[in-house]
Design a protein around this ligand. Sequence first.
Ligand code: EZ4
Ligand code: CO
Length: 413
Amino acid sequence: MKITNVEVLVTSPGRNFVTLRITADGLTGLGDATLNGRELAVAAYLQEHVAALLIGRDASRIEDAWQYLYRGAYWRRGPVTMAAIAAVDTALWDIKAKAAGMPLYQLLGGRSRDGLLAYGHASGAELPELFDSIRQHLDEGYRAIRVQSGIPGLPSVYGVASSANAAAGAGSDARYDYEPARRSAVPVEETWDTSAYLRHVPSVFEAVRNEFGPELPLLHDAHHRLTPIQAARLGKSLEPYDLFWLEDVTPAENAAVLRRVREHTTTPLAIGEVFNTVWDYREMFEEQLIDYVRSPVTHAGGITGLRRIFDFASVYQIKSGAHGPTDVSPVGLAAALHLGVAIPNFGIQEYMQHSPATLEVFRSGFTFADGLLNPSDAPGLGVEYDDEVAAAHAYAPAYLPVNRLRDGSMHDW
Ligand code: EZ4
Ligand code: CO
């Protein structure tokens, strides 16, 4: 089963996506290599340093291809390398499952559950918009909700749609206008104030619990902005509202600070959307510093890389919570669904909903019903790439915003 063609596909239906397409024995496989804001670095890595090495290799030797690209690069780990490896790995799994005539999850051991509990992104600058956004998501069937709110004194905050857009319906890009919609050649600059945030957030969760009751699973993302003691304080102050998880409380580089956070709070912690390998998690797993793993297939070395992470996590009763923002393409999401439905330690899946324009390029067979996501039952991943539609959407530079404190110094966004 020789690899005969390797193509790096860049398209931008509202936001940029990088896709790898591998052909072997007349079968094609797709892999997601999208790294938001640094897309062309991965495209060049694949085009200039990987594509030629794959031609003529046996497409069925997936683990060997993974080790060849990981060990063979010598310069290992990091988001660019691991997104490139992820794309190759996912495309090879897609081919293997198509060759077998089975949906990919069957090759991963078959179903462990009927569907994947998904959480959506509700937000609002003020409580009324936030409540409308939560209701909108509940009407769409979501059974778990991420809650992000505006902060008094800050004009814009990560994860919070503008008042006009917060309650926009399913399929609308507008309700996520805090991130991909603000494309520009240089990053937008926002202002951040941690004290204002810490004062305000507990009152938001109190109001949401009063309005929506005790049972609805609620999540929150602090997006790497807090110091250890601030994170500990936030976790403690949110305990009465029984969060499903509190995400990325501190910058991800320093695992040790989570010990401090753990000493003070029983609010469950999720981390890892910017991690790439099992090594990034080792200390956090062994010391049981977290409860949920946030890595997606796309940035953690593919199905092979992420399954290794999830298996290691299972030893410590730590569950999956794969990253699923719209910058993970439908190919990356499909891969997460096949893996998630098969593993024993699934926790929850983020589901932010791609725009109709994105889904015209990536024709996807996964379903969302009664709050549960399910992978396609077509052979392989169940995603087809439409070259003609893709060609109509040219790449344009797009960056995530950056944060500055009130004195002008840079802060985590
Ligand atoms: O900001 O994927 O939990 N989700 C997130 C995301 C990240 C984006 C960055 O590209 O934190 O929305
Ligand atoms: Co996050």
